[in-house]
Design a protein. Structure first.
Lengths: 288, 316
């Protein structure tokens, strides 16, 4: 569970081979498009309300009326999955984007300028990485109070260090190359070198890392929801639904397994697409 | 070597200090007045002011920090204002449970991951290797709490062979104690082995291409001896580091798993402190977990340098 420590996984070889975009990658991308579209257009879809209770229709198995059944309070599961996707994807995409933009900028500057700025930035990052990630997320959100905004901001803040590390490593590997020296000899400003010469070279690995970070963030958000420390009820979230479903595993196991399946497919798809992108941008043959 | 250790130590002190600052600020900058939280909404302003004075909350924040740090240095992290238990006592009481869980999980993870990695590395790209690397990739996308739910459903609800909850102290009932740890440790291990397998597999593949392995083969040594004696040890350097880096991940996983399986460990203490808004315990546990994590990483750095001379001479 890995709050925000995707670095290790990203560094390890992958089972995917060949440079073609395979069927599985298309399926993963297709699932992501489907779930993101469902989350964005949830209000327009012909869904039941995710919060309306029906005490006479509790824990109905999947069927014609309710495609994915109803939960312990008679709320439509399909609708709760779709509206829960909103929470997971908002937290996942927005907080990973915070990490990508701020962490990426810090890493880019540190890798390019080096020196005291680099030491200082990396020391700060070492401190943040000194905390077991999930412990820190839990503690901060508990102190700030539970809300979607606080959750996103906290996880976003904590995903800055890994992004900064990736960006710095990628930047320092190209910062001393000839084309950068050439640009400088031609009188290019620091800004121009950073944006026109270095950024295009580090952007792809960063985007690949972004997708892996989204997967990790969704897992973290789910853990908080499961512990009852995610978005406050009655707003549905996948983690919260898994937590509620756990109490009725004996009588209605699908209540836990449906949100679990949705989360697994989403996390797997983000991992898969991110991993493919990383392999495609890595020129070493062994990386594929 | 001693130069390397001193260098790491010099790095360790500021990191630990920064960790205490951050932990302190986290609880000190809480919205709301701790004294009001403790006394309840009905308290008179006089009482609140008196308690604030007693607790030093009316002092400037840097003074509060130094005062708190002095306490920490003497092993006094305060006591819960709900139960009166000291933080040290609460942590010490629950630490063995978390350690037992994490050790069992790591052992299970290695027991699954290491043999699979060795078999995969013998024929990289073969059918078995492709199957295992593929499943490892898929399994990395299953959060530990999903494993926990799946295991509870299979073994506690369906087969009814193992308990989902019901921890007993080891001294009272050793068998029951171990039984209560099987599912939670397995849930953690199922999240752990793919990571371990992937690093060991790729290092093993590299090692098996070395000349001295060809030499050993030419000498006619048994393949099992080559794999387990000649190739495993030099390939396990990254495995050691990754297992250590993973402790952070394991602590996070243990936190959720302890809550799901109702094991009275550190994670449950932390989550319980959050539910009860017991910020003294919360602060203490976060500090303890972070300091422990930093020290473990320090120990691993040293261990790694002892294993690999290139690191301590700064050449890797």
């Amino acid at each position: 569970m890995a709050a925000l420590d995707v670095g290790i996984d990203a560094a390890i070889g992958t089972p995917v081979r060949g440079r073609r975009i395979g069927l599985v990658t298309w399926m993963a991308a297709g699932w992501l498009v489907l779930i993101i579209a469902a989350a964005v257009f949830a209000d327009l879809l012909p869904l039941d309300s995710p919060t309306d209770m029906d005490m006479l229709g509790r824990r109905l198995p999947p069927g014609a009326e309710h495609w994915l059944g109803t939960d312990g309070l008679g709320r439509d599961m399909l609708s709760r999955i779709v509206f829960g996707a909103r929470v997971s994807l908002t937290v996942g995409l927005v907080s990973a984007f915070i990490g990508l933009s701020i962490g990426g900028a810090i890493g880019l500057l540190a890798g390019y300028f080096g020196g005291r700025f680099e030491s200082l930035a990396m020391a700060g990052i070492d401190v943040l990485l000194a905390f077991p990630p999930l412990v820190l997320v839990l503690a901060i959100t508990a102190c700030l109070g539970l809300s979607l905004f606080n959750l996103t901001a906290t996880i976003g803040f904590l995903s800055i260090p890994p992004f900064a590390r990736v960006a710095r490593a990628a930047t320092s590997s190209v910062a001393r190359r000839d084309f950068v020296t050439a640009a400088r000899a031609l009188g290019a400003t620091h800004t121009r070198i950073l944006l026109r010469e270095l950024l295009p070279n580090v952007l792809l690995p960063l985007v690949a890392f972004f997708l892996l970070a989204v997967a990790v963030t969704i897992v973290v958000e789910g853990a908080l929801g499961l512990l009852g420390l995610g978005v406050p009820p009655p707003q549905p979230s996948w983690g919260g639904m898994i937590g509620e479903g756990r109490d009725s595993l004996e009588i209605a196991p699908w209540l836990a397994f449906i949100p679990a399946g949705a989360m697994f497919l989403t996390v797997l798809s983000f991992n898969f697409v991110g991993d493919r992108l990383r392999a495609l941008t890595d020129p070493r043959p062994g990386a594929l | 070597m001693s130069g390397f250790v001193i260098g790491r130590l010099l790095h360790l002190v500021p990191v630990l200090l920064a960790v205490t600052v951050l932990t302190f600020l986290m609880a000190a900058l809480l919205p709301g007045d701790l004294a009001v939280v403790m006394l309840g909404d009905q308290a008179t302003p006089d009482k609140v002011a008196a308690l604030r004075h007693d607790m030093g909350l009316d002092q400037p924040i840097w003074w509060q920090y130094l005062h708190w740090l002095a306490g920490v240095a003497q092993g006094d992290l305060g006591r819960s204002f709900r139960t009166g238990e000291t933080v040290i006592g609460a942590v010490a009481g629950r630490l063995p449970v978390s350690l037992e869980l994490m050790l069992m999980a790591e052992a299970c993870g290695l027991a699954i991951g290491v043999p699979l990695a060795i078999v995969c590395a013998v024929r990289p790209g073969g059918a078995f290797d492709r199957l295992m690397t593929g499943s490892a990739f898929g399994m990395l996308s299953v959060p530990v709490y999903l494993w926990a739910i799946i295991l509870i459903y299979l073994f506690a609800v369906r087969l009814r062979v193992l308990p989902a909850t019901g921890w007993v102290p080891f001294a009272e009932d050793p068998v029951g104690n171990v039984r209560s740890f099987v599912l939670p440790a397995l849930a953690l291990a199922l999240g752990e082995w793919p990571v371990l397998m992937r690093v060991l597999r790729s290092d093993m593949i590299t090692t098996l291409q070395e000349d001295y392995i060809a030499m050993a083969k030419a000498k006619g040594l048994k393949p099992s001896r080559i794999l387990l004696v000649h190739a495993l040890k030099p390939s396990s350097l990254t495995l050691v580091t990754v297992s250590a880096i993973n402790i952070g991940r394991l602590i996070g996983g243990a936190l959720v798993v302890e809550t799901i399986f109702a094991l009275p460990g550190i994670g449950r203490l932390l989550v319980g402190a959050i539910y009860a808004r017991d910020f003294v315990i919360l602060q203490g546990v976060v500090l303890f977990a972070a300091a422990g994590f930093v020290l473990i990483n320090f120990a691993v750095d040293i261990l790694y340098a002892m294993l690999d001379p290139r690191i301590r001479h700064g050449r890797a």
